[in-house]
Design a protein around this ligand. Sequence first.
Ligand code: FDA
Length: 389
Amino acid sequence: MQNVVDVIVIGAGAAGMMCAATAGQRGRKVVLIDHATKLAEKIRISGGGRCNFTNLNTLASCYQSENPHFVKSALKQYSQFDFIKMVESYGLGYYEKTLGQLFCDQGSQAIIDMLKAEVDLGGVIWRMDTGIVAIQKTDTGFEVITSRETWLCSSLVVACGGLSIPPIGATGLGYEIAKQFDIPVLPLAAALVPLTFQPQDLWTDLAGVAIEDTIVSCGGMQFREAILLTHKGLSGPAILQISSYWRAGDSLEIDLLPDVDFDEIWVAANRDALISTILSERLPKRLVQAWMAEWGDIKPLKQYSPKELLAIAESFHCWRIVPSGSVGYKKAEVTRGGVDTQALSSKTMESRQIAGLFFIGEVVDVTGWLGGYNFQWAWSSGYVAGLNS
Ligand code: FDA
């Protein structure tokens, strides 16, 4: 039997729920289809269970895309402040952790419950635990054959997300749908992801050591946040951020002591003290020991020549390292690349070639920084597609 609706949304994640709620509340008849049994697992695990749901400082420049202007219209039509208003209207509390990042006091489940309530307000038909078997173009729209039934619609919204964390439901369906309709998909890569090093560069003994304030640079971008040494390489917010800009073969440049003037340190220090003792006031002791061991025996400050001290300072200010890769989609927060924005209207998210076909959220070639930007993109793109589908 065929069921007829106005809008089919594939993917009941962040973007899909926002879109279905918006379209449903406009009076459109909507079905929201997802193959997962549990709703919005990515929101549930986000922000360490507290969902970093947006960022106060959301700007187009916080997103990566072949077309850096693409995000502007959707972010303007539905901003971080619009989402905050919704959160407040549900009586939820939130707090700013750092750098404008907003987290939910009541935890991620409260955000999921809020979105579910908005979807229900729109009278949307839910189809969880439902696989997509085939999609076809019809004269008036689309036919979607699912593992339960067949649906007909005039608008089809693809909100299947990216490839990160397959065990909680990520698949490449969104990219496959784009290809089926000859819509270009730009190269995909794991992003916001820990980076790995060649065996000779590993500091496995130091796994778990964090350096709170660093500047990590690559590809013309730099981020000033913490880094974390791991068994495989480096992680921590500054590394996750730069991973989105890193390409195979690029080196990272890391300033382990930004703003620190080593000349002042050497002048102020006791010249009989071991250099490791002096530096351990500013960096984790285990790291300093291992770092200075690379320079031979650890000696009192007075035994180092000015040239050696200059080189030591330079090594802390400019640690250059070439990652071997990343830990991949199993740990990546997002997928970089995706449906080419050239093929979509930035105002509506509708395909320029195929009327009635929309792509929203992570499946599109829009990758936000770490810190609530990716959810904001899901809300904004979902909202505009909901208004126009
Ligand atoms: P999303 O992945 O949310 O939803 C896609 C939906 O499509 C899923 O429900 C999936 O089951 C469904 N689907 C996939 N394939 C399907 C198929 N073949 N058939 C049917 N359904 C299918 N961002 C942020 O801003 N703040 C944060 O705190 C975090 N934290 C975070 C932690 C972790 C561990 C991860 C992995 C990611 C984050 N993110 C984040 C990123 C954020 O989760 C992500 O950008 C959004 O969820 C993307 O929203 P979408 O709706 O596009 O995809």
